[in-house]
Design a protein around this ligand. Structure first.
Ligand code: ATP
Ligand code: MG
Length: 357
């Protein structure tokens, strides 16, 4: 297949980790006879420096004309001035909005070789492989909010959690379709014992699953219970779908399961058009330019890109197996290395993955 991919290296360690992901993608493409073409565009702090805009129009255009976008990270102390008229992160928020990306996907998988350094027991972590779908553009973060003062002078504030039928339908549909490709189990998380908006969520989710995905094993779990289950029995979940705020909290909780920030990719998808793929970590300015950043989260984000935007499931699984093999062979970047273990740099880690492919 032919595909146009936009690379947005960004700031800090972004360019270093994107380089390695590009090498891995080229290796996979060559092996499978696919023609992937790459275009690099500016975003974030470097774009503010060069164009006075964290998201120049040329970047938006290139993204619109692509099948998928792979992002490094944006931001850094150089652009942290709170009085500045624009910030690197504004570029990221704007591209998400421009492309109408409403679903945030976060896989959480535990790696055998990292389990012993986790505060949780190996028996709890083993077999954990969850894919979260967090709704990204609605809910309490975007509902009506405000403040008022009572006659006695006391201040009050409110934020409204609001979801429409169509907003719930589209995210549940995406999550259910993904579950059909995986373990065929879907968990919807809400707070329907208290919140009316959750009762609508539950009603719509149930209908979509019953009518369109009858083969799925389906369950609903209350968000407070889910917070417990995630650390007591994470391996029992497959695909989890939830709203914006519950997803924000639960995915941060779950990100502790694998044991390192440097291993976690994510994706943001819309109804149609290109998806945006990135590591969940930031630009790590403290280690930028030192050649020691872990490129695996970005490489795993590239695998997600092949799976969810290009339909190349086998190639995606190949990359994931290569990453497993490299870790199993004992190769570690500094963030993964235990006390006394030797570590390898960014470029060497990328090279090891290419070799394992
Ligand atoms: P954000 O940009 O979301 O505000 P942050 O500043 O909270 O991010 P990061 O930039 O992700 O956090 O960095 C947090 C810590 O993790 C830093 O010490 C950084 O060096 C380390 N870190 C982040 N990503 C990586 C990576 N890929 N490899 C090695 N270390 C990393
Ligand atoms: Mg940061």
């Amino acid at each position: 297949m032919d595909a146009r991919i936009v690379l947005l290296p960004g700031d800090g360690i972004g360019p270093e980790i994107i380089d390695q992901a590009e090498l891995v993608l080229n290796a996979v493409a060559e092996k499978g006879g696919h023609a992937l073409s790459f275009e690099r565009c500016p975003i974030g702090g470097n774009a503010i420096d060069d164009f006075g805009d964290p998201l120049p129009e040329q970047t938006v255009e290139a993204c619109r004309n692509s099948q998928a976008i792979l992002l490094g990270a944006v931001g850094g102390p150089k652009w942290d001035d709170p009085t500045a008229k624009t910030r690197p992160e504004a570029g990221l928020l704007k591209i998400r909005r421009e492309l109408k990306l409403f679903a945030n996907l976060r896989p959480v998988k535990t790696f055998d070789c990292l389990m012993d350094s986790s505060p949780l027991k190996r028996s709890v972590l083993e077999g954990t492989d969850i894919l979260f779908f967090r709704e990204l553009t609605g809910g309490i973060y975007f509902g009506d909010s405000g403040r008022s003062t009572t006659e006695t002078g006391e201040e009050s504030a409110y934020s409204t959690m609001i979801y429409s039928t169509s907003e719930v339908e589209r995210i549940v549909r995406l999550a259910a379709a993904a579950a059909m490709q995986r373990g065929k189990k879907l968990t919807s998380v809400d707070k329907a014992n208290v919140l009316e908006v959750s009762r609508l969520w539950r009603q719509v989710a149930e209908r979509v699953v019953k009518e369109e995905f009858p083969e799925l094993e389906y369950e609903v779990v209350l968000v407070d219970a889910m917070a417990m289950h995630l650390i007591s029995r994470p391996s029992t979940f497959d695909v989890v779908v939830t709203g914006n705020m519950f997803g924000d909290i639960l995915t941060d909780e779950a990100s502790m399961l694998p044991g390192s920030l440097g291993m976690l990719p994510s994706a943001s998808l819309g109804e149609s058009g290109p998806g945006l793929y990135e590591p969940i970590h930031g630009s790590a300015p403290d280690i930028a330019g030192k050649g020691i950043a872990n490129p695996l989260a970005t490489i795993l984000a590239a695998a997600m890109m092949l799976r969810h935007s290009l339909g190349l499931e086998d190639e995606a699984a190949d990359i994931e197996r290569a990453v497993d093999a490299v870790l199993d062979a004992g190769h570690r970047t500094a963030d993964l290395a235990g006390k006394g273990e030797t570590s390898i740099g960014t470029v060497e880690m990328g090279q090891r993955v290419v070799e394992a492919l």
